[in-house]
Design a binder for this molecule. Structure first.
Ligand SMILES: [Ca+2]
Length: 444
């Protein structure tokens, strides 16, 4: 166990580093360390690997986590890939070449399509995936189903440099043109990716703007002010500083929390929300926990009609797949979403520590928004111009028509071009936090 003091000191060091990095640009961007999109395909050279660090580096596939055997508990982390567009060598006749982690399977399936597009009539071929026969050096990611060795179905070695580049594009976290006979690709552990993806709200959830207007999350912009809670427990308006994560196209599983008062909030299971197991009136008695810890009968805080706070009981929890993920960071580190008080933070189960660690960033962005003139916001005009005006007003009956109407229209199209995966500051803090904090604090 590391002490909270050590954790704070470590995160302070992280903040110091990020202050230096911030000088290089503190606006929303594609994310620190994110791989730039390559437009022209350049084949990898034999023995080249991308990225240029070692495979188990945090910036590539990350450390090995131990061998998985058929009898270990982690065996059920592996999935079988039955993609008919991929040839599996399966010389072991055990289907081991089809077994891999979910992330590995997703990348492989993407690559299979890219291969067919690149060379019509040629398919992707897997010669090795999960290894249960000790055929690799110790620490190999093949033992965890996180690595595959691939070729093309025609075994034309001249294609392998380009195949490696296609694998990079398909999202593998480390690709190595290892030998003239195959390309080796590997991925991060699924649970570490779930954390890195951040916790988010769905596109259609509503936030409350000044004047009582309600706006769908997908139309929200940095600089907008939304209903939030101050440290002293007052319901206030708080500025959106940026999006820690915004991706209109990403498909995720959301928990739908419904309260006895009719509110319904969709958020990912690793997002923090304030709850109490009992009916409590004071906001200090509500603690932030991962959404997947919320149980029926727990209480959340909702914004009352009189501008105050009131507890509301969770009466049902369901699961739904939705497209679009959004994580806005407000000045106060929280906001009311669909009337329920939720944190701006995710992945680490300590709202106060997260709010403190994001302090420097909030300060810088607060200054920036004060001094830089607000740019025009075409999306706002679009959202209210095409006949949506009637449904944005705050009336409980109008809420549903707002969602269905806006889903298909202009907001999504606008944000298609301005997606922010995970903001670089959040990504960096998370990497450093992984090194210094107790692992139990992380979402698994
Ligand atoms: Ca094999």
């Amino acid at each position: 166990m590391r002490s909270p003091r050590a954790a704070r000191l470590g995160l302070l060091a992280a903040c110091a580093c990020t202050w230096l990095l911030a000088a290089q640009g503190c606006g929303p961007g594609p994310g620190y360390g994110a791989r730039p999109r390559t437009r022209r395909l350049t084949p990898l050279a034999l023995k080249q690997h991308v990225p240029g660090v070692s495979e188990t580096n945090l910036g590539a596939s990350g450390r090995a986590e131990g061998k998985i055997t058929r009898h270990s508990e982690r065996f059920n982390e592996l999935v079988c890939n039955y993609n008919p567009d991929i040839d599996f060598k399966d010389e072991e006749r055990t289907k081991a070449d089809r077994l891999m982690t979910k992330r590995c399977k997703d990348c492989l399936n993407k690559l299979a399509i890219a291969v067919m597009n690149q060379w019509p009539g040629v398919r992707l071929r897997v010669t090795e995936a999960w290894d249960e026969d000790d055929n690799h050096p110790s620490g190999s990611l093949h033992y965890e189903g996180r690595a595959v060795d691939i070729t093309t179905s025609d075994r034309d070695a001249k294609k392998y440099g380009l195949l490696a580049q296609l694998a990079v594009e398909a999202g593998f976290d480390w690709v190595h043109y290892e030998s003239k006979y195959h390309v080796h690709c590997s991925v991060k552990a699924d649970h570490s990716v779930a954390v890195e993806k951040g916790g988010c709200f769905s596109a259609s959830v509503l936030v409350t703007m000044p004047g009582g207007l309600q706006k769908p999350m997908m139309c929200l912009q940095p600089g907008d002010t939304v209903l939030a809670l101050s440290e002293s427990g007052k319901v206030v308006f708080s500025r959106i500083l940026l999006f820690l994560h915004r991706d209109a196209n990403s498909r995720s599983t959301f928990l739908i929390l419904s309260t006895e008062d009719g509110q319904e909030l969709a958020l990912t299971s690793n997002h923090l929300i304030f709850v109490s197991q009992n009916y409590k009136l004071h906001h200090h008695e509500y603690h932030a926990c991962f959404a997947n810890r919320v149980r029926r009968g727990d209480y959340v805080l909702i914004s009352g009609r009189d501008g105050g706070l009131c507890p509301s009981k969770i009466v049902s929890i369901s699961v739904e797949e939705r497209t679009g993920v959004y994580a806005p960071l407000t000045e106060h580190g929280n906001l009311f979403v669909d009337g329920m008080l939720a944190s701006s933070y995710a992945s680490i189960e300590d709202h106060r520590l997260a709010h403190w660690a994001f302090g420097p960033l909030r300060f810088l962005l607060g200054l920036k928004q004060l001094f830089v003139a607000q740019t025009s916001q075409p999306v706002d005009r679009q959202c209210v111009s095409k006949g949506h005006m009637n449904v944005i007003h705050n009336s409980s009956g109008a809420v549903h028509s707002t969602r269905s109407c806006l889903n298909e229209h202009t907001c999504l199209r606008y944000f298609d071009d301005t997606n922010v995966r995970v903001y670089w500051y959040a990504r960096l803090l998370h990497t450093i936090a992984q090194m210094i904090l107790n692992l139990q604090m992380f979402y698994e």
